[in-house]
Design a protein around this ligand. Structure first.
Ligand code: SF4
Length: 171
């Protein structure tokens, strides 16, 4: 179900999500260094809770799924299931070079590859591993997308905007 800004309850839900997004974290097969940077975000030095960003174990309670690592054949169906369990509107952040394109694991016999081959990704974070402030910035970018999607009544406008930009670039 897409939350629309046309109703009071829709506006209230969008406002609440923007003030306190809940995230869940999934390692799809990386080396764990990206996960350590995410843990640093949750610890007192970066302390994302002061922005209302809460880490939750259950995907059923999460607004944003943060995925690290290239996807192994074993983890691909699990990643898909976790994503399917999240309520709409849901957003996905692919953290690190492995999640974005397979990284150092690309082409290995047990790999599917990047996260976007299994589930739709909204924000990619470059780096091996990325710094905690870049991961926090990706969550903030998701909040911007959340607000824009609510105005447009869903995420379809983004695909349209991208196709138009590509058509304009190659014209
Ligand atoms: S991007 Fe780098 S740090 Fe992150 S999982 Fe891949 S190899 Fe490890």
């Amino acid at each position: 179900m897409t939350v629309s800004n046309r109703t009071f309850s829709g506006r209230l839900m969008t406002w609440a999500r923007g003030k306190s997004p809940w995230v869940t974290i999934f390692n799809s097969g990386g080396c764990n260094a990206c996960d350590i940077e995410i843990i640093a975000c949750l610890m007192p030095r970066f302390d994302v809770e002061r922005f209302g960003i809460l880490s939750r174990g259950s995907p059923r309670h999460a607004d944003i799924l943060i995925v690290t690592g290239a996807v192994t054949r074993q983890q691909a169906p699990r990643l898909r299931r976790v994503w399917e369990q999240m309520p709409e509107p849901k957003y996905v952040i692919a953290v690190g070079a492995c999640a974005a394109g397979g990284g150092v694991f690309q082409g290995l016999y047990h790999m599917v590859g990047s996260v976007d081959q299994v589930i739709p990704v909204d924000v990619f974070v470059a780096g091996c591993p990325p710094r905690p402030d870049e991961i926090i910035n990706a969550v903030v970018t998701c909040l911007g997308l959340m607000a824009e999607d609510a105005v447009h009544g869903g995420r379809a406008w983004r695909t349209k905007a991208t196709s138009e930009a590509v058509a304009e670039a190659i014209a």
